[in-house]
Design a protein around this ligand. Structure first.
Ligand code: NAD
Length: 295
């Protein structure tokens, strides 16, 4: 069975790495936080005392790190992994980072005879735990085909968006749209409430009308309307406002580079940033409803 090195055992990385172990892969992992490595060992994984050690005899390296600078440092620094890995290795970076860094890591990898794909995910911690993540892959078709069975051990929908960096661009487009849909849904529902409507009835109407969207279907932002949503749990769990802000900053960076016109994305970025500053950064992003509902 393929030998995998896994770097970054955070909220997402740990359950993803555990799912690889469950699928029978030999996974050696490293994180800067020793307690995370211990949790991984308790689930049947192998520990390493550095990223280099984890990658020593690996055929595949997977990283799940906070941001582009961490990914760049791991792979492209003077003593980074790309200087160590043998030709023919496959590197999968699943972190959500800027496409420019992904392309730079990919170019350095290819020069060294190493395959690279960017494979950011959608689905959050619950998707990582359940092994139902969506992977949005950028890379050559042959690299995608090589990675697919491994990604299938951690996810359900595996998309090929295009060349290296396209996975990050596609994810950024999706999350910018998601932020706009969520803010728009909260805005419309609050206006209905202020005009005497029951938000449950208004939601039932809009979800069967042309305003229908994902937030109305499965993630209603109004407390008490849809059982099981973060809105019904004081906006705990789910997808944090801080992470949405990170993704919106990446989206605005993409827009700037491509000179794309994104007034809705800019507006959503400003809204979610103000919302985070009002002490909501750790709440689920549907808490943007509180921005409109001032009770
Ligand atoms: P996290 O902060 O919980 O985990 C990141 C981990 O990386 C930490 O455990 C940290 O110690 C480790 N780390 C940092 N630098 C390292 C290094 N040089 N070597 C080894 N380990 C290192 O973050 P997360 O929530 O797991 O998210 C990881 C990535 O996935 C991010 O890019 C995030 O944007 C993306 N993402 C997160 C979610 C989510 O819901 N949490 C959803 C989709 C995508």
């Amino acid at each position: 069975m393929t030998k995998i090195a896994f770097i970054g055992l955070g909220n997402m990385g740990l359950p993803m790495a555990v799912n690889l172990v469950k699928a029978g892969y030999r996974v050696k992992a490293f994180d800067l936080i020793p307690a995370s490595i211990q949790s991984f060992v308790a689930a049947g994984g192998k520990q390493a005392s550095s990223a280099k050690e984890a990658a020593e005899d690996a055929e595949v390296v997977i990283s799940m790190l906070p941001a582009g600078k961490h990914v760049n440092e791991l792979y492209r620094s003077e003593d980074g992994l790309l200087a160590q890995l043998p030709k023919g290795c496959l590197v999968i970076d699943s972190s959500t980072i800027d496409a420019t860094t992904a392309r730079q890591v990919g170019a350095t990898a290819f020069k060294a005879g190493i395959d690279f794909i960017d494979a950011p995910v959608s689905g959050g911690v619950s998707g990582a735990e359940a092994g139902t993540l969506s992977f949005i892959v950028g890379g050559e078709a042959a690299c995608f085909a090589r990675a697919k069975p491994i990604l299938e051990a951690m996810g359900k929908n595996i998309f090929h968006a295009g060349g290296v960096g396209s996975g990050q661009i596609a994810k950024t487009c999706n999350n910018m749209l998601l932020s706009v849909l969520m803010a728009g849904t909260a805005e419309a529902l609050q206006m209905g409430i202020e005009n005497g409507l029951d938000p449950k009835i208004l939601s039932d109407i809009m979800v069967k009308s042309s305003g229908r969207n994902w937030a109305l279907e499965v993630y209603n932002p109004v407390p008490g309307v849809m059982p099981g949503t973060p809105a019904c749990n004081n906006y705990q769990g789910g997808f944090m406002v801080d992470l949405m802000n990170k993704d919106l900053n990446l989206a605005l960076g993409v827009a700037q580079e491509s000179s794309s016109t994104v007034p809705m994305g800019e507006q959503a970025a400003a809204l979610f940033e103000a919302h985070a500053k009002a002490n909501n950064g750790k709440c689920d992003f549907s808490s943007i409803f509180k921005y409109y509902n001032k009770e």
